[in-house]
Design a protein around this ligand. Structure first.
Ligand code: SF4
Length: 316
């Protein structure tokens, strides 16, 4: 059975009335669509660190690297309270085994990037990070993170959701124990997916697995996970996906007629030129994989990395 995909999330995005004004910032895609596939772990830093509802609004003040968290009008400094709580919170989140975190944008506590930082003498810059978001990302540098606003961009959405599903598969593989054979199996099933993110990382990971016997299993797994998460942060592009699709055509050399091959390559070209979305060439390739029972391709996660109902590849 699959392990649940646990995702940390700013609680107001789920519709919890925890905002400063007693309201929420419910995001329908998050609750109604993505919510069908994941288990949420809600976090509201401001309420959990002891501020009430309603409360005065907060803002970051000072330098972008280490701003203070002050109430907007009365200038009460909540920095130490928030940082002290955040340090304990990230420790308790360790046991949740999160596959990702979705932050509320622009918040001085939860914003992941481009949060307003005010200069004490006036003016502001959009270069801050919310205090809890910063503590989380520094404690869990390998966990994929996004903001709700960015998830409305189809390619960022596809990338984040693909990442969390792959991370779940990785965790499942870890549950079977750290063994070279398990790692080879995981790597084999995900080769084309990694190639769609970064050829450089794909090669490095292949080399690492091939020479894995010379390392302790803990070191091998740690280095592999680090490379994998670096690779997954690099977004697939039309060019990178196009190369993977053409690579797959090579597996049907014997089965496809000249006509079928030309048609498939022409559809891949249409995708590379952005006339049709990724789902179009993939549907045809999936059809040939099933029809010819292609043993290598049929195990590739790249062909079905997340539920088709999410329609993520209809828009990239
Ligand atoms: S943005 Fe963060 S701190 Fe503000 S209400 Fe939402 S979860 Fe709470």
């Amino acid at each position: 059975m699959s392990v649940p995909i646990k995702i940390g999330i700013s609680a107001c995005l789920l519709g919890e009335n925890v905002r400063y004004d007693g309201g929420h910032s419910r995001d329908r895609f998050i609750t109604d669509t993505l919510g069908q596939y994941v288990e949420w772990v809600p976090v509201c830093p401001e309420v959990e660190c002891g501020m009430g509802i309603p409360r005065e609004t907060l803002r970051l003040v000072g330098s972008s690297d280490s701003p203070r968290l002050l109430t907007s009008k009365t200038k009460v400094d909540h920095t130490d309270r928030m940082l002290g709580w955040a340090q304990k919170k990230v420790k308790t989140l360790e046991k949740e085994d999160l596959c990702g975190f979705i932050f509320k944008s622009k918040s001085p506590s939860s914003g992941m990037e481009r949060v307003k930082v005010y200069h004490p003498n006036g003016g502001s810059v959009n270069t801050g990070v919310g205090l809890f978001a910063r503590a989380f990302m520094s404690h869990f540098p390998r966990i994929p993170v996004e903001e709700e606003g960015r998830l409305h961009d189809p390619s960022l959405r596809e990338n984040f959701i693909e990442n969390i599903f792959i991370l779940r598969t990785w965790r499942e593989s870890l549950m079977n124990g750290k063994k070279l054979g398990n790692l080879v199996d995981f790597h084999t099933r995900n080769k084309l997916l990694f190639l769609s993110h970064s050829e450089k990382h794909y090669r490095q990971m292949g080399k690492l697995v091939a020479t894995g016997k010379s390392l302790s299993l803990d070191t091998l797994y740690d280095q592999y996970e680090s490379l994998m998460m670096d690779a997954l942060r690099l977004k697939p592009t039309h060019k990178k996906n196009g190369n993977v699709l053409l690579h797959m055509v090579g597996y049907f050399k014997k089965q496809l007629s000249k006509d079928e091959k030309e048609e498939l390559i022409s559809i891949i070209d249409q995708y590379r030129n952005e006339y049709v979305p990724l789902i179009v060439p993939l549907t045809l390739i999936n059809h040939y994989v099933r029809k010819y029972d292609q043993p290598y391709l049929k195990q590739q996660q790249y062909l079905n990395p997340h539920p088709i109902e999410l329609k993520l590849r209809n828009h990239v």
